[in-house]
Design a protein around this ligand. Structure first.
Ligand SMILES: [Zn+2]
Length: 295
């Protein structure tokens, strides 16, 4: 991002924000500034300016320190945060506040937007990626089921199911004939040089011989270990009883880590080669991590 762009974007946010003197401000100035912003930075630049505005409103309305709950703070610093989004890379300038009570710093916008401390991608981008990959996974699963189990399941059925499923109400306490585990990576920007630039998406779907489809979930940040543990715990009422596998056959592409973490869930394991398709049909629900549940 060039210096000129940043200057324009900052000017616009000044127009939006409280820093400008309103008596020197005209409607035509706003029009010209917004047009310049769009011409040079497009929608991401506009988003940046909007975020600065929202941030100033948020801080003015009063924010509590997430560490101690007090609401008195000083400005600590401004920092740039690049985020991959579906409209392109957005370069946010976020404010860090210093809590007067506990002397810890926090970032009010990151909290509002649910951005991780080190996250360089928006959840919205993750969701987009997940939707894409889950769709591919459904298509693959449908193909595998047709081939291996001898009954037809159109991937559109899987979609319809996802459409009508409230992710919160997915019932993971189920026994199924087939359990299909599928993971696919997607590219994201690197957080630092040691980081891998691969995110991953993991999908777990159950099928029964009668054609019934049972969703177990889709995750963007959970490990196979977490997922295996979660499904096991949902189906294991007490440690005093021996855990009984919840599926007849586990179907995977043979990836070692998946097999290692999930084989306990099924009586047998079968390796299948999935064939990738590249169609984009979003509209799925997802969870990003395995939540700790009360059960
Ligand atoms: Zn505090």
């Amino acid at each position: 991002m060039s210096g000129t762009h940043t200057v324009i974007s900052n000017k616009i946010s000044m127009l939006f924000g409280s820093e400008i003197s309103l008596k020197d401000f005209s409607f035509s100035q706003l029009i010209v500034a917004v047009k310049n912003l769009f011409d040079t930075e497009g929608v991401p630049g506009f988003v940046k300016a909007l975020v600065i505005l929202i941030e100033s409103l948020l801080i003015k309305s009063g924010v509590e320190c997430p560490h101690c709950g007090k609401d008195k703070h000083h400005l600590h610093s401004k920092s740039d945060r690049k985020l991959k989004t579906s409209i392109g890379e957005v370069n946010l300038a976020l404010t860090r506040l210093l809590c007067i009570s506990c002397k810890k710093t926090f970032n009010p916008m990151a909290q509002l937007f649910d951005l991780d401390k080190y996250s360089r991608k928006s959840r919205e981008f993750e969701k987009f990626a997940l939707e894409t990959v889950t769709d591919q996974s459904f298509r693959r699963s449908a193909t595998v089921i047709n081939k291996e189990a001898g009954f037809e399941t159109a991937h559109s059925t899987l979609h319809r199911w996802f459409w009508h499923t409230d992710a919160v109400n997915i019932n993971q306490k189920k026994r199924v004939d087939f359990l299909i585990a599928d993971g696919t990576g997607f590219k994201r920007s690197k957080d630092n040089e040691f980081d891998t630039n691969k995110g991953s998406i993991k999908v777990l779907i159950g099928y029964n011989k009668n054609g019934e489809v049972i969703p177990f979930g889709a995750w963007t940040r959970a490990s196979w270990k977490d997922i295996g543990k979660l499904i096991k715990s949902k189906n294991h009422p007490s440690d005093k009883i021996k855990f009984k596998p919840i599926a007849g056959t586990l179907i995977t592409d043979g990836e070692e880590e998946i097999v290692r973490q999930l084989k306990k869930l099924a009586e047998s394991h079968q390796r299948c080669l999935f064939h990738m398709t590249h169609e984009l049909t979003p509209l799925l629900r997802y969870k990003d991590i395995v939540q700790k549940t009360k059960q």
